[in-house]
Ligand binder design. Structure first.
Ligand code: NDP
Length: 476
């Protein structure tokens, strides 16, 4: 079986120890991944440190041109990378572009877009104050070396979100992929290293321990983390010890609220994908749906028809729309939450029992009859299950949306966008979508409120987040 390698200082690096990467649709091993040693993590940080001054000193136009070359490399290798995403993460190949089934090809297409956009953005010098006595300019400087920890749900796209703005701004990066989905990321970084100077982007692979060595390295200048709240706290503690900033994207439990004037049939497709994109394993997916009594039955029926019509299976096969859950840990979590819903009075509308092996398949599941306080409503399921909760008046729905200590995204669905916007403004979340959910965009800042983390990614704000301001104050 082939061993896939890390890239450190532009060179392919293996390790004495490896582990198998597993295809979640078949249970088969698909490749070997090195377990980086503590020395290799230190070596990767040293390589990033050494490469950073020359990388930051390059003329901005040169860095921009190299970033566009990175986008070309991703484009040229898109079929190869998409296959890795499907075989390793599980999402079906799907189509390319915003109107297609959002699978692996969509993820790689997103990688290209999220490379081209930061490549075309600038952070010009801002004049904070000027009069006849002084001129105060704000310049944007790279932090230096960024340590990044990526998760398994969108393994390439989230890696790109961490890598690309960082290097665009003159930082260098060491990234650790999730042990569940390492190979695609190792291959992506190997390929983009063909056009980047050695040491600008480096990888270290392995389990959480390797991540903990990385984030506690005192030579890092900033951390970026996407994953669970539990690990996020550890990463924030490591950042605090070294007095460096951290961007934390910790998921949430997004509420979607249908207002009484919404049309269930017309909105069903948007709601469906808002909840079930990537089998619900998406930080900003709709994870609890609040529906007024008057629309309840029609909404449940419309979603049930869609859920039952989506072919599920091995994502390498044509026509597959839904794949497996990515790993056993997540599969067990979904099973546990659905079982708890049954004992807490929930009614299973469709799905509700494991589909059987091989692979971690679990059918799309809709649950009615639950209320706030039930586990499936209060805990993030991060899987193909949606509780649909009945509400009486809109105030009650807003209170429900806000009652948990998370706030990544939310959505409001209505025929009247002004009415929806008034509700949206009262929801405690980093983004509130109207008549869509989870529709992120590379120009639009994205980040959480409350326990969903802090710091933003994407757009000009995301680029600013990987730089520190330096004031040049001139006496006239
Ligand atoms: P984790 O937060 O444990 O994993 C995220 C990343 O952190 C992985 O690369 C992991 O490595 C790494 N990591 C683990 N321990 C440490 C550490 N001490 N220091 C530094 N890095 C570390 O998430 P899980 O995979 O365990 O998933 C648990 C839950 O998190 C899910 O059920 C879901 O609710 C949520 N989640 C949220 C995501 C989001 O997009 N916000 C994405 C993924 C999960 P490794 O995997 O190799 O151990």
């Amino acid at each position: 079986m082939q061993t896939y390698l890390n890239t450190i200082n532009g060179k392919a690096v293996g390790s004495d120890k490896t582990f198998q990467s597993i295809n979640p649709a078949t249970g088969e091993a698909i490749g070997l991944v090195p377990i980086s040693s503590k020395e290799q993590v230190a070596e990767a940080v040293a390589a990033a440190r050494a490469a950073q001054p020359a990388w930051a000193a390059r003329p901005d136009g040169e860095r921009k041109a190299l970033m566009m070359k990175v986008a070309e490399v991703i484009n040229k290798n898109s079929a190869y990378l998409a296959e890795w995403v499907t075989r390793e993460q599980g999402k079906p190949l799907g189509g390319v572009g915003p109107d297609q089934v959002p699978g692996a090809r969509f993820e790689v297409w997103g990688c290209e877009a999220w490379t081209q956009v930061p490549a075309s953005l600038d952070l010009p010098v801002e004049v904070a104050f000027e009069d006849e006595t002084r001129r105060d300019e704000v310049h944007r400087k790279p932090f230096g070396v960024i340590g990044a920890i990526a998760p398994w749900n969108w393994p390439l796209l989230i890696a790109i979100w961490q890598i690309i703005p960082s290097i665009r701004a003159g930082n260098t990066v060491v990234i650790k992929p999730s042990e569940y989905t390492s190979i695609g990321t190792l291959e992506l970084v190997r390929l983009i290293n063909e056009v980047l100077p050695a040491g600008v982007v480096n990888t270290v692979s392995g389990a959480g321990e390797v991540g903990s060595w990385l984030v506690s390295d005192p030579r890092l200048d900033k951390l970026m983390f996407t994953g669970s709240a539990r690990t996020g706290v550890k990463v924030a503690e490591a950042a605090a010890k070294n007095v460096i900033p951290v961007t934390l994207e910790l998921g949430g439990n997004d509420a979607a609220i249908m207002l009484p004037d919404a049309d269930p049939k017309a909105m069903a497709m948007g709601l469906f994908w808002g909840a079930f994109i990537n089998m619900g394993q998406t930080c900003a997916a709709a994870k609890r749906l609040y529906v007024p009594e008057s629309l309840y039955d029609a909404t449940v029926q419309a979603l049930k028809e869609l859920a039952q019509a989506m072919p599920m299976g091995d994502g390498m096969k044509d026509g597959t729309v839904m794949g497996p859950i990515q790993n056993k840990m997540q599969y067990d979590k979904v099973v546990d939450l659905v079982e708890s819903a049954k004992t807490e009075g929930g009614t299973i509308v469709c799905g509700g029992a494991p589909a059987g092996g091989p692979g971690y398949f679990y059918p799309l599941t809709l649950v009615t009859g639950l209320k706030d306080g039930n586990r499936l409503v209060d805990e993030e399921q991060f899987g193909p299950v949606l509780p649909i909760i009945k509400y009486r008046d809109v105030e009650e729905a807003i209170a429900s949306a806000n009652r948990l200590n998370v706030g990544l995204g939310a959505s409001v669905w209505s025929a009247d966008t002004a009415k929806a916007a008034a509700v949206a403004g009262r929801i405690q979340a980093g983004t509130v979508w109207i008549n869509q959910h989870g529709m992120i965009h590379p120009m639009v800042p994205f980040g959480g409120a409350k326990g969903s983390g802090y710091g933003v990614e994407f757009g000009v704000d995301g680029l600013k987040a990987v730089t520190r301001p330096q004031v040049i104050s001139i006496k006239k």
